[in-house]
Design a protein around this ligand. Structure first.
Ligand code: HEC
Length: 191
């Protein structure tokens, strides 16, 4: 009984001192950087509505191939294999010193969050897009316009989305959003 009381007293002492330490005001111990400027720089325009352009050819095999490549890769430096027609691995950019530099092209890496046919190690932050055509398009639950808008700016139908904003940020252009849309809604073979 006595030892029990001893342990209880020790535990009380431990918890009361640790809460003192935890409650200490650490903001005085190090410099707090002012992040306002950084945040302002990173702010993007609000949720923006888009209409899928008429030029979007959703059945074009080349568009589907480009969508597939960008969906499953992070950037041109990391991507394996030759990019499909109409897609590059590196883009040229003129630096402040006037010199032209090669920069890896950024892709969507949608696979980090979405499962899809043939994926290896897909993420599950977003819903699975396996058999998207059969489940969502053929049943008229979704339209190609919905998918285009979702990829361009997912905040329009879901302000609290965790998905990346792809057109409003300028990360991709209209043609590339078309390519992703074409790929997502295409009929796929189980690889
Ligand atoms: C950081 C994680 C993340 C990334 C990266 C991401 N998504 Fe999403 N996506 C989500 C989440 C979460 C949802 C569900 C919430 C919503 O609809 O906004 C979603 C929803 C969707 C939907 C709608 C499904 C439906 O019918 O309800 C489509 C289509 C889609 N994503 C396609 C893509 C494509 C294409 C890319 C790559 C350009 C991509 N996503 C990248 C997280 C992500």
């Amino acid at each position: 009984m006595q030892t029990k009381i001893k342990y209880l007293a020790l535990a009380t002492l431990f918890f009361s001192t640790s809460s003192l330490i935890l409650a200490a005001d650490l903001t005085k111990a190090y410099d707090m950087p002012d992040a306002t400027k950084m945040i302002e720089k990173d702010l993007i325009a609000g949720a923006t509505e888009y209409t899928m352009p008429k030029s979007c050819d959703l059945t074009d095999a080349k568009a589907i191939a480009r969508g597939d490549f960008m969906f499953n890769n992070l950037n041109g430096k990391k991507a394996k294999g030759k990019p499909p027609e109409g897609l590059v691995k590196f883009i040229e950019e003129t630096g402040k010193d006037g010199k032209v530099k090669k920069k890896p092209k950024q892709y969507g890496n949608c696979i980090a969050c979405h499962n899809i046919e043939g994926s290896k190690g897909a993420g599950n932050i977003g819903p699975s897009l396996v058999n998207y055509k059969g489940i969502f398009l053929d049943t008229k639950v979704r339209t190609a316009q919905f998918v285009y808008q979702k990829i361009a700016d997912p905040r329009v139908d879901n302000p609290n989305t965790h998905m990346t904003v792809n057109l409003t940020t300028g990360l991709f252009n209209e043609q590339e959003i078309c390519d992703y849309t074409a790929y997502v809604i295409s009929e796929k073979k189980k690889k």
